[in-house]
Each structure stands twice: as structure tokens, then as C-alpha cells.
Design a binder for this molecule. Sequence first.
Ligand SMILES: Cc1cc2nc3c(=O)[nH]c(=O)nc-3n(C[C@H](O)[C@H](O)[C@H](O)COP(=O)(O)OP(=O)(O)OC[C@H]3O[C@@H](n4cnc5c(N)ncnc54)[C@H](O)[C@@H]3O)c2cc1C
Length: 508
Amino acid sequence: MKPMASRTEQLATLRSGRIWDVLIIGGGASGLGAAVDAAARGFSTLLLERGDFACGTSSRSTKLIHGGVRYLRQGDLALVRHALIERRRLLDNAGHLVHALPFIIPARSGFERLYYAAGLKLYDLLAGSSNLSPSRLLDRPQTLNALPGLNPLGLSGGVQYWDGQFDDARLAIALMRTAGDLGATCLNYLPVTGLLKTQGKVGGALAEDAETGESFELQARVVINATGVYADAVRRFDAPDAQSVLTPSQGIHLVLDADFLPGETALLIPKTEDGRVMFAIPWQGKVLLGTTDTERHDLPAEPQPFPEEVDFLLRTAAGFLRRAPQRSDIRSAFAGLRPLLHPEHDGKGGTAALSREHAVMVSAGGLVTVAGGKWTTYRLMAEQVIDRAAEVAGLESVPCPTANLKLHGWNGSDARLLAEMPGNEFKLHPALDLTEAMVRFACRHEAARSIEDIMARRSRALFLDARAAEACISRVGELVAEELCLTAEKVGQMVEIAKQSARQFQLG
Ligand SMILES: Cc1cc2nc3c(=O)[nH]c(=O)nc-3n(C[C@H](O)[C@H](O)[C@H](O)COP(=O)(O)OP(=O)(O)OC[C@H]3O[C@@H](n4cnc5c(N)ncnc54)[C@H](O)[C@@H]3O)c2cc1C
């Protein structure tokens, strides 16, 4: 396996004065997918992320690689079909991070059962040869057998179907590594602060190393804005009066112990009091409850769940589970902001009714923006944005090669490397699968720069059990200090930031 270039080596390429073919702003699903695509076509590619990779929305999803059963109800068949094809591709290209998961929709009458069954047959049909396994009707005992945590009161039966589940932050890291393997330079903690323009045309970006304050003027044939909910702000670097194209919406998740929903099957609650769907999903030895849909425009970097969102999820879960979860049962809680496109209509349906489609836009100055979409369709979005960017920059026309491109680690290379590292026997907490070796590995091979990078995104400790994660912060700090040669003062600051973050994940 090719080792990852160090931060020092990568920063040196920024000082070389070269002209990059493609410069991408934003290291979430959209930006990292675009970096893989551009590098795979042979374009010299630079990606800059202002925080850590996937620190925004891309680590805060429901962790489903899915067509989206609820978009069927909205009649968004093209979106569902594209996403189902991408679901199959991800299972094939990143089998180490994505797997198939059974879901059940419980029904309270025979009519409901048939209604859901018909919808899911359409889901099967739209998937065509990409389908994972056919949906099927379940009677009451079969439903309760697969979902022993389900409240049996008034239950008639259910319908089972299949979708994909993944670890979102880990997939982002795999994309960053894949882009690096293909020759791209991807740097975290390098915010873009402005755009370079000559005669009205965007020709690069200004950036600053958040760790040292060093500033860079970077030239590029084309600049791609893949900054999620911040896309409007970056569009205004180019054109200060640019109209906004996004209606951001917050969604939150609560994490509970597995005994609230034992087994390996997820529950889809088909209609909540606000007319949405809600999931209870087994994930990494816990249960993930989510999500909500609350329009939000203040765009904090660390959005927090609103108390009414927490109450809503607990109340809805209580109506479907044998054991009603209480606030004190929450192991972790987190919020993310959806970069939803403005509706072409007047938007009276609220953000839940907005499409999860994506769009690629080019400004008069040539800034290419990719906005909207879903994790599931990141590859398709990347294909379209790089097609467009290549046109804008006048780059050679190269067909997109990513449909069958295996992602970094698919062949177990990283798992083998990790197994050989010292410290595998030292678990940092009985409730977490985090070892000293994983911390060292994340610093050496995965561009982790802080305790929080490791606790939130290289491992998912903060998302799974924030109190247990908090208990390991000091030890992780010592290991990070050793790996990155940090001063005691710097580590002390990191420990404080990580503790504050752990309290936020505990709704503190
Ligand atoms: C609650 C919720 C649940 C979801 N569940 C699912 C799901 O189950 N399945 C699914 O397919 N999709 C799901 N999604 C959608 C999916 O998570 C998003 O579509 C996707 O993560 C968006 O990725 P992005 O790269 O566009 O944005 P982001 O992940 O937010 O990335 C943008 C990045 O740009 C960076 N940035 C901003 N400004 C600058 C700057 N000036 N310089 C450098 N970097 C900058 C930010 O720090 C950020 O990391 C969900 C979304 C939410 C909110």
C-alpha cells in the first residue's frame, strides 16, 4: 500500500506555485467524491477543508445508503432509481464500509400491510438488477421475531425490505485516502478565505493553514465549491450579491443502548405526527433514532439538537417500542444540517417536502458549485460536477472512471496494517472498540490532527457513547501528542476542546 503523504509534504506542494487543474473547497461527501473523480481522470487535484474531513453534515447522517422509501411517497422516482443504482455500486466498491440491512415497516391493519407492500414492490422494481433482496410480507409473529423490541399492541404484521448501512465518517476518510492514492492532495484545517480573480474569472483561491496561520495563494484552472450548507457563503466570495440557492434544515439523532431494539433489523416508523418517517436502526452495537427536519439558517459549525426535537424523537419512539426511552437513556445526541436546494415552487410544504436532488451551477466568473444531494449519490454528483468543471476549465475530456473504482481499504489493506501495529491489546474503555493502535494509526495514516478528530470521525466514540468517550480523552491526548510531537500547552487546549465537545454530545 502506498503510504499517505505527510502534512508537511502536502503543504510543500502548496508552496510550489503550480497551477492545479481542479481546486475543490470542502471535504465532505461532495468535495471528497469530486476529488476522487478528478484525480481518477488524471487531473491534478487539490482539496481544502477548513476543519476536519467530514466534520460537517457528512458525519451526522442516518448512515443509510438508500433509495429513500419516503421519496417514493413524494413521487421522486428518478431520485430513488439513481440512488438505488449507487447503493449497489457502493456495496461492490466499498464492501468494507457498507453492508445490506433488513428493515421492517410495522402495520396496524391488513390494509396498511398491503399498502406498504405495494410501495416496497415499486422500490424493488425501481432497483431492478441492483436490488439487494425482494421485499416480503410478514405476519405478526414473524414481525415480532425479527423486532423483539417492537410494541406488540395493535400490531397486525409488517413488510420487510432491504437497504444499505454505512459508517459515514469512515467512508469520507476512505474517499480522502482513495483520492490520495490517485495523486490528489487533500488537506484538512485549511480554510479557503477568498477567491483569486483575474478579469472577472475565478482562477484560484486564498487559503490559510489553521494550525500555523501561514497563508497561500493557489492558482487553479477551475474551482469547485462543495461546501454543503456554506455553499451560498462561498458563492458570495465570487459574487457578493449572489442569491441564495439553499434552504438548510437540521436533523438530529439520539443513540440508545442496543436492548431498546435487539436484533439486526431496523424499524421504519412510517408516519410520525409531522407526517415524516422515522428510523430506529441497529448501528455499531447501539440503536440510532432519527431524524427530524427543522429549517435552520444560522448555520453553526457545531449545531445542537433543540429540546423539542429530542422530545419528539423520544415521544415517537415510545409509541413503537416495548420500552419507552427516557432522556437519561441517551448515550449520545448529534445534529446535522441538510444542504437542501430551494424549491422551485413556493416551499409551503416545509423542508421535509423539499427534494434531495442535487444541482451543479456555474457562476458568471466560472465558479462551479455542487449543492444538495445525499451521501448515497455522492459518486453520481462527483461525476456530474467534474464533467462540468472540465468543460469550464477546458481540460481534456476524459470519461468518468469511478463506477467500478474500489475505494481505499476494500481489500483489507488497512485492517492488516492496523493489526500489525503495537497497542492493539490496549482498549481505551470497556464500552468502546477504541484501542491505542487505532489512535496511532489515525494520526499516521488518516490525517487526524486532534483528539476530537479521533473520537468523532476516525472512531465514532463520541457518536456512540459520549460519556465513555469523555473518559478516554486524556489518554488519547497523550497518544496524539506523541504521534504529532505536540507541546503540553497544545495538548491541554485540545483536551479542553474535546471535553466541551463530549458535553455537547451529552446534550450538556
Ligand atoms: C440529519 C441528516 C441525515 C441524513 N441521512 C442521510 C442518509 O442516511 N443517507 C444519505 O444518503 N444522506 C443522508 N443525509 C444527507 C447527507 O449527509 C448530505 O447530503 C451530505 O453529507 C452533504 O455533504 P457535503 O459534502 O455537501 O456537505 P458537508 O459534509 O457539510 O461538507 C462541506 C464541507 O465544507 C467545509 N467548508 C465550508 N466552508 C469552507 C471553506 N471556506 N473552506 C474550506 N472548507 C469549507 C465544511 O467544513 C464541511 O466539512 C443526511 C443529512 C442529514 C442532515
